[in-house]
Design a protein around this ligand. Structure first.
Ligand code: FPP
Length: 254
């Protein structure tokens, strides 16, 4: 691991001593990528250019996370509440997965990254869904970093639908009340194939969860920065990991 980190750091001008090679690297990092609109405003640009700039940060973070040994990187890319935005902005946000994949999929395949979407597929434009599902198919057997886009995702809807599915199984006689446990409930969620996040990063100075993985974040370490997502750099990601390594996780025990 030390060699890997050193190798990565040689190519990037960031502080190599920050992330401890003997420290615990979070297995699952989740990110609320916030502040694209404010970044654009601060630069006198239309909001969508903030989103465009935000996309360019995604690949950098995926490659860094993979180099550091993070196994799962989950990015909150479009929430079930984002449909409330003006249509031109929603349309632009809907076009981003396809744009990103056209540009980056080959390199991500080369790097053995597995791409998946967690979120509600109904209601998404066909070309967006086609692009995402093609990427999922092409990377299904990769066993490197698992890069998940939480797209048209909302935790309350996810939990409500999980409860409905459990109730249907109960009514069909396939589930007994006593079989309902934390673990079983987790298996009804969209994140069923992933461990809970170890670290949540939120950019842009907002200090809230915003309907993101509320069940899964129960014991996640939270890390906030004022930096807007388009300015989020490898150094910031390493700062977050280094801070995570200084935390003591007790899960309610002593
Ligand atoms: C929040 O910033 C960000 C979003 C709603 C979209 C985030 C999406 C990306 C960074 C790109 C995703 C990339 C792919 C490949 C799908 P905001 O618009 O709420 O910013 P503001 O709070 O400053 O207005």
């Amino acid at each position: 691991m030390l060699a890997l980190i050193k190798k990565w750091f040689r190519g990037a001008k960031i502080d190599a001593n920050l992330v401890s090679s003997t420290g615990d690297i979070p297995r699952h990092v989740a990110v609320i990528m916030d502040g694209n609109g404010r970044w654009a405003k601060a630069h006198g640009m239309p909001r969508v250019l903030g989103h465009r700039r935000g996309v360019s940060v995604v690949k950098k973070m995926a490659i860094l996370a993979d180099s550091l040994g993070v196994k799962y990187l989950t990015l909150y890319s479009f929430s079930t509440e984002n449909w409330k935005r003006p249509k031109p902005e929603v349309d632009y946000l809907m076009s981003l997965p396809r744009e990103f994949l056209i540009k980056e999929l080959d390199e991500l395949i080369e790097k053995n990254v597995k791409i998946q979407m967690i979120g509600f597929r109904e209601g998404l434009p066909k070309d967006t869904l086609d692009a995402v599902e093609e990427a999922e198919r092409k990377t299904a057997n990769n066993d490197g970093l698992i890069l998940s886009f939480a797209f048209n995702y909302g935790s309350r809807k996810e939990m409500t639908l999980a409860m409905q599915a459990m109730f249907a199984d109960f009514q069909a006689g396939n589930l007994a009340k006593t079989e309902i446990t934390d673990e079983l409930y987790s298996s009804y969620l969209l994140t069923r194939s992933m461990p809970d996040p170890d670290l949540l990063i939120r950019t842009s100075g907002e200090l809230r969860i915003s309907n993101f993985m509320m069940w899964q974040l129960a014991y996640t370490e939270l890390w906030f920065t004022d930096v807007y997502w388009p300015d989020f750099s490898e150094q910031h990601f390493c700062d977050a990991i280094a801070e995570y390594q200084r935390r003591v996780r007790r899960y309610g025990a002593l």
